[in-house]
Design a protein around this ligand. Structure first.
Ligand SMILES: [Zn+2]
Ligand SMILES: [Zn+2]
Length: 369
């Protein structure tokens, strides 16, 4: 197999993506060729474009994608040609120190190969028309008509799930819902605060709802995003431009603070607010991120009484277990995904899509192929 297809290529940070013809050659043993049908624009892609996340170039970004299996390598397992799949960006070896401890997100091979932006075995799967090796972000490279991934990255989902909704499960939804269901320990009736109502935060609100939280307090600086938070399950919204989330957290809980804070804003202020708003003995999960060189400071007093603080990057994802569950929750009307999609765009408009994301005007723009 050798296939030519159109993909959006980043040649250098702080330059626009260019849509061009690229080439993928031959499937290796466990490879799967996926015809991409939809791919969401995530903040992590934007961080690579702006340069706050450094990756080698030229590279195809995109790590929140869904499509159809078109061809499989001779030893690929778990998928068949024609399957509809959501792609996972956390391939893992299954037998290293961390995999043995049930932490695939820290898999040693995953962490070693990730920064190189290649396939899971260390080799790139595509090249530019001039022959130069093409990198693929997070083992996927979803902003193209095709992607070659490892078999266990391609998770089969029901065919009735539309591709534009399906792709969201691969990153933002898994990260947010998973943080509430797999990472935080939310007891029935708990008061949960979600800081930041982008795709991850709106998913965290829903995870808190699915976990049985009593009150769900959504915090953002944008009234439109707060309105969406209400539609997907927030019981109270706080616009931090004119209301202090810490004061609200205390006022709603007899002065103690909330049981759990899920921080999805990705700002130093958000990290600090999370720690101040949670009650003694409560739990904070940081989902957002800032530039790796950014220093974040805390008032020591806010850390004095015992608190459990966690950082989570993929919501404790077990994609093979969780993606089908999330797909089913959507199809059964328990998980809202339509609300996360701001607009559908063709690949040619991907730079406009990122401009909207940067300006905070979009929850998710989804590229349709
Ligand atoms: Zn993402
Ligand atoms: Zn491993």
């Amino acid at each position: 197999m050798s296939i030519e297809y159109r993909a959006a290529v980043l040649h250098a940070a702080q330059t626009p993506l260019t849509v061009e013809t690229v080439i993928a050659d031959g499937l290796k043993r466990n490879d799967v060729l996926v015809r991409i049908k939809a791919a969401g624009l995530c903040h992590t892609d934007l961080e690579v474009i702006t340069g706050s996340l450094r990756y080698p170039t030229p590279i195809v970004l995109g790590h929140e994608a869904a499509g159809v299996v078109e061809e499989i390598g001779p030893e690929a397992r778990g998928v068949s040609v024609g399957d509809h799949v959501v792609l996972s960006w956390n391939p893992h070896c299954g037998h290293c120190f961390y995999c043995d401890r049930d932490l695939p997100i820290l898999c040693e091979t995953y962490l070693a190969q990730g920064p190189k932006a290649v396939g899971f075995d260390g080799d790139s799967r595509a090249r530019l028309a001039d022959g130069r090796e093409l990198k693929q972000l997070m083992f996927i490279g979803g902003f193209g008509e095709y992607a070659v991934v490892a078999d266990h990255q391609a998770i089969v989902v029901p065919k009735e799930l539309p591709f534009d909704r399906a792709c969201l499960i691969g990153c933002g939804v898994m990260t947010g819902v998973g943080a509430a269901l797999n990472i935080a320990r939310i007891a029935y009736g708990d008061t949960v605060m979600v800081i930041g109502c982008g795709a991850v935060g709106l998913s965290a609100v829903q995870g808190a709802r699915l976990a049985g939280a009593g009150q769900i307090i959504a915090v953002d600086l944008d009234g439109d995003k707060l309105a969406l938070a209400e539609r997907v399950g927030a019981t109270l919204t706080v616009n931090a431009r004119n209301q202090d989330p810490i004061a609200v957290a205390k006022a709603r809980t007899g002065g103690r603070g909330v049981d759990v804070v899920l921080e999805a804003a990705g700002s130093a202020a958000g990290f600090r607010t999370a720690v101040e708003a949670v009650r003694p003995g409560g739990e904070v999960v940081w989902l957002g991120k800032v530039d790796v060189e950014t220093e974040v400071s805390f008032r020591w007093g806010s850390l004095m009484a015992e608190r459990r603080i966690r950082r989570s990057s993929y919501g404790g994802a077990r994609p093979a277990r969780d993606f089908p569950l999330l797909a089913r929750a959507y199809l059964d009307g328990r998980l809202f995904l339509d609300e996360l999609i701001t607009r559908h765009i063709p690949l040619a408009e991907i730079n406009d899509g990122f401009a909207a994301l940067k300006a905070g005007e979009a929850i998710r723009s989804v590229v349709m192929f």
